[in-house]
Design a protein around this ligand. Sequence first.
Ligand code: SF4
Ligand code: SF4
Length: 346
Amino acid sequence: MIFRVFDKDQLQRLYDVLAVNHIVGPVCKGVNQNSAPLYDFDFVKTFSELKLDYSSTIHSLKRFVLPPRETLCTFELGDDNWRKRLDFNVHEPIVFFGLHACDINGLNKLDKVLNSVVYPDPYYVAKRKNMFIIGVNCSPQPFCFCRSMGSDSALHGFDMFFTSLGDEYFVEILSATAFEYISAIKSREPNERDHARFKEASEEKINNFTCHVDTTDLTKILDLEFQAEVWKTWGERCLSCGTCASVCPTCYCYGIHENVNLDLQGAEKIKQLYSCNLIDFAQVAGGHNFRPESHVRLKYRYYHKHRGFVEAFEESLCVGCGRCGESCLAGITVPEVIASVRGLER
Ligand code: SF4
Ligand code: SF4
């Protein structure tokens, strides 16, 4: 890894160099009832729109790699034969400017499933290859527990990563392309004082976490508490709305359906993201529903994140971004659910 330091007044120059590509980053979308800004990832048209000091975004950047609804292919009937048209829906390279470590780790986790050696998803892989990623350090929010999930720091999955040191950025460079871009602005080698400031910034971030999840022996505890009454309590609160999965950077469940045109001359195959909390998630042909009760669906979402994925990949599928809890109308949060399953009051 190569390290550099540059003045923050160079940032616009870097943006301008990168802006020959599409840029997606955190932008302000309005304010909440307390007049606090609401941020989300979107295409950035001007440098002033880019808010690198954002707190957190409502949604992850999942929609850019796993669109909520995507046409996988279309079919046309011609000359008594079907013609199939396949499109991975990738157009031009996108620079993702300003991802926090949790979201970079979210993509790294999705890669384990969707960019695996055995069954890669070509639509996802094509979009992932088209990304240039710039990370930026963050200030932990009251609902962030990424440190508990080991996702508060990104070790790979980015091209460059900025850590704010007052008027300067300390930048970690992981790719040759990133090095070329940094060479286009004024930067310098870090010195011993910069190393110390970088370590201070890391320490300060760690000390600012107020939300924690105890993951000690969690897979075993989940096995032990599979039939615990506490799941029913959470299930009674759950509205089965699926919002948690929609904002989550790592939920990737989907359904596929085919539409045939009324004139029978064409058809399309559509992929639609889904949530395991929705009432018909486990309904099969014939109408039988394997998970008709909301507490069972909610429980399986937790078992997938904190039990099954850990068994398969030795890490949780949750990055601890806290978005699901912030968006849940029933106020269901991961730290509270896990604490209750452990038998702890919060
Ligand atoms: S946990 Fe909350 S966000 Fe998720 S489905 Fe239930 S009510 Fe909706
Ligand atoms: S389960 Fe919730 S806290 Fe965990 S990654 Fe998904 S949205 Fe973030």
